[in-house]
Ligand binder design. Sequence first.
Ligand SMILES: N[C@@H](CCC(=O)N[C@@H](CSS)C(=O)NCC(=O)O)C(=O)O
Ligand SMILES: [Fe+2]
Length: 253
Amino acid sequence: MYASYKQTEMAKAGEDYIFKQLFEKETSTYTYLLADKKTKEAVLIDPVHETAERDVKVVKELGLSLKYALNTHMHADHITGTGELKKLVPSVKSVISEASGARADVKVKDGDTLQFGKFKLDCRLTPGHTAGCMTYVWHQKGMVFTGDALLIRACGRTDFQQGSSESLYESVHKKIFTLPDETLVFPGHDYKGFTVSTVGEEKKHNPRLTKTLPEFKTLMKNLNLPYPKKIDASLPANMVDGLCNLELNEKTV
Ligand SMILES: N[C@@H](CCC(=O)N[C@@H](CSS)C(=O)NCC(=O)O)C(=O)O
Ligand SMILES: [Fe+2]
């Protein structure tokens, strides 16, 4: 059984593509399904362990062929769904940045591209929340998947996983805010009910990233957020592509 979830209203089936924004309620995580309608090739961005079965069900119902399961970073608050997805659909290749230091089938670097059907995602390294955060840009559809680097009217915390407020500020300003203003911003989480923003809106209204760098650094230093509840289980599992410790122990006895 998987945790409770809801699928948001954000589902689009354009002329030549499929886009779905899926939600995992316990950790307020967004998973995105993108596909080429003609070739049926699909990718999932930031799947969650508990909702991997749901994601596979959607993929199958739509007659899609899942090529990649991408992580924007090594998550601290939940176990990635990539390990579970690979069990359910063995041909899927998991993806994470080389800079994350984590295990995956494909390790991407800044400037790499990932192809599905006639579409491609541009990989932009955006460190700061973690040292290995990757933002994926779908230029052809004017969409950017920012993980926890840029959240709607917020941004990822910088107090663990080699976080750095200075790096995050530079990443967002140089690698995300340089995209066209109308680019749709899809984050890795939302804790307030937002589903989508735009680069133009965030440049104007993000209460953290509109500050000067010194102000931003002070603000981030004083966020005082509690550690994510599942951090102790998530980090070791996400280092090894989402295989949980329990399974690893079972294999070694
Ligand atoms: N309470 C949640 C964790 C909330 C949290 O720390 N979120 C992270 C992204 S997940 S690594 C974050 O960067 N938040 C920024 C913010 O301003 O909220 C839990 O226990 O799971
Ligand atoms: Fe995170």
